[in-house]
Design a protein around this ligand. Sequence first.
Ligand code: SF4
Length: 350
Amino acid sequence: MTTLRTPAQLCDHGLAPPQNRAALESVAARYAVALPPALAALIDRNDPHDPMARQFVPSQAELDHQPQELNDPIGDDAYSPVAGIVHRYPDRVLLKLTPICAVYCRFCFRREMVGPDKANALSPAALAAALDYIRAHAEIWEVILTGGDPLVLSARRLRAVMKALGEIEHVKVVRIHTRVPIADPARMTPELVRAIKIKGKPTYVAVHVNHARELSPQARDACARMADAGLPLLAQSVLLAGVNDSPQAMADLMRALVECRIKPYYLHHADLAPGTGHLRTDIATGQALMRGLRGRLSGLCQPTYVLDIPSGHGKSPIGPNYIEHAAKNGGEHVVVEDFNGRRHQYPPNT
Ligand code: SF4
């Protein structure tokens, strides 16, 4: 099987009902579709609520747009000084090399910007200008290569970008956000892994994973090749209705990540991307899930639950609050809640 890119192909492979094909053509006309064989193989065709299918197979629910949804939900455009760069926080920039991904996730927060029919990969001149911007801003400590998916590029192109970043003295850390180890694990060859290493500087790889089943044996091997090569691995996940919004699914995901030497980093509240309302939960659900992880799972299994505030105001932690300030006998103290819900005064004797 090759990567499936049309509703007709999805219907032919039993991944979408033929009666939905016309509606799915409308979805595909607006949002890119790509389902690589490695992910298609994980889908249970007999389960109408399969968490893999919910993430990767287009649905006619994507035609339902809610008034609060936004084409640029996290406000990238407002912080883009030159093509390919987003400079929102002082000490780091995003460098977007390509709008292409190995898979097009149905909840994608950049769904209006990614896909084969969007602007092409950064031209050599645009990439040179983006690198010049980074060189000219000594406050940039970290460069984050993000999506599209940088790891769809050839090892040769990636090696050239990493070499250029490695030569910028004030850039101390490079981070790559990718779904390739999950969506196309065979692509993570030793050559590609070597290409993303920079001599003398760390490359962190943030792998995007939302369900434990995405960590197939092949995906685990792909991640192991990176970990064995000395690349620190992080995970970013998105809280998605019907995918990981149960305590068991969330716990299984976090444990599976840590077992693969991937530290859970962020659990994102799903952004207000158009046509994704069927995949969003409310924040109270996310907070309850985070409470479920705390104390019951190892500290290694605790991501930070965050919301990207619309209009480009950045990420804020939105996890449950365990502390409140109180006053007693003219003095002040705090009350801290433990993982069983019991409350304790701190310091104890005030
Ligand atoms: S891989 Fe990332 S950028 Fe690409 S579609 Fe999925 S969420 Fe969006």
